[in-house]
Ligand binder design. Structure first.
Ligand code: KG4
Ligand code: ZN
Length: 341
């Protein structure tokens, strides 16, 4: 196996790849050539699910069906490409909401058949991890903190195709904790951006919230933090300072994530950290991890905001690597609700 020193040296498929993402509540199509993104169109269902305070799987799948073709059309238009220019297709097939995934996978198979080009199923979490390599020269090995709505994982990335899970949450994912906390505070959905906004003017040291498991650790637990916040809301009643409670919650999650990621990097003798997934959009977390990496002399890489939350470009990028290695799927490609890294 070829040894890569950094992500700049990675080889890709020699042709335009269409990436399709429908694993949760974003319908997205993108066209890339290796790391170059021609277009990346994302249609979010946030407004649809807001009224239920969380994602309703059946509604998500139906909305993907309605949105897919308009998103594809816009993606082609924005890229300046024709359908005939597409030489390969990558589609998220795992993990995710099975009904939602099926929409993208069915569309991908149909396009693959119609255009006579290969298709490859993409692991959503691996695509998030690889998103950090698209805009930066990231050295191997590095530690990736993957924080999204459904996942919180610490992964040692030894080489482009060599992922080892070295830690993660034992209960709620970080994004899920943000969403539940925001709901309890009456801030709406999705919780991450709402808490960030509400907490901007708060005092992040006003309330004492628990950090979950004892340090040093490479695992996380956010269930106790959520319960503590609920007890605080009940105890303070109308006197609760919502801005400060939001800031304290955000501060606790960000510092636990930062300290344990840095510890994991030291423990595994890696020299760089990447931060990916929807929660990577959080400014407090980005700043904290960046500052800690600077102090320790570690490299720090985080994708631009549009590549943090779910998007087709990261799927196309991951597919471009797999297709470049000669990997192909058949029309028997299945969807999976769960899939380990
Ligand atoms: O990766 P993603 O778009 O979808 C999944 O694969 O889950 O992540 C969505 C999660 C949600 O829980 C949302 O609240 C969180 O990312 N999120 C944030 C921020 N923006 C999105 N969490 C904290 N701060 C943010 N600014
Ligand atoms: Zn995601």
């Amino acid at each position: 196996m070829k040894t890569f020193l950094n992500s700049k040296e990675i080889e890709y498929f020699n042709g335009e790849v269409l990436g399709i993402e429908t694993s949760c509540d974003e319908t997205s199509c993108a066209i890339v050539l290796g790391k170059h993104v021609f277009s990346n169109i994302i249609s979010s269902q946030t407004e649809l699910h807001k009224k239920w305070g969380g994602i309703v799987p059946e509604a998500a799948a139906r909305r993907h069906v309605e949105t897919f073709l308009p998103v594809l059309e816009e993606c082609l238009l924005a890229s300046g490409k024709q359908l005939e220019d597409i030489k390969g297709i990558g589609v998220t097939n795992r993990p995710g909401l099975v009904g939602a995934l099926s929409v993208g996978v069915t569309a991908g198979k149909s396009l693959s058949l119609a255009l006579g080009v290969p298709i490859i199923g993409v692991h959503h979490l691996q695509a998030h991890i690889m998103s950090a390599w698209m805009e930066n020269e990231v050295p191997f090995p590095h530690v990736c903190l993957l924080v999204s709505g459904g996942h919180t994982e610490l992964v040692l990335v030894k080489q482009p195709e060599s992922f080892e899970k070295i830690g993660g949450t034992i209960d709620d994912a970080a994004g899920e904790a943000f969403d539940k906390a925001a709901r309890a505070l009456g801030l709406g959905f999705p919780g991450g951006p709402a808490i960030q906004k509400a907490g901007a003017t708060g005092d992040s040291a006003k309330y004492n919230l628990p950090r979950g498991l004892a340090d040093p650790n490479t695992n996380f637990s956010f269930a106790g933090l959520k319960t503590a916040l609920m007890l605080l809301i009940e105890k303070e009643g109308r006197d609760l300072d919502i801005a400060s409670a939001s800031a304290c919650f955000e501060e606790t999650v960000s510092s636990v994530l930062t300290e344990r990621t840095v510890y994991a990097c030291e423990k595994s003798n890696a020299k760089a950290i990447t931060l990916v997934g929807g929660v990577a959009a959080n400014l407090r977390l980005r700043t904290k991890l960046k500052e800690s990496c600077e102090q320790k002399g570690f490299g720090f890489f985080v994708p631009s905001f549009v590549l943090c939350t779910d998007n087709g470009a990261m799927i196309a990028h991951s597919a471009s690597r797999s297709l470049g290695l000669g990997l192909r799927d058949s029309f028997k490609l299945e969807t999976l609700a769960t899939a380990s890294i």
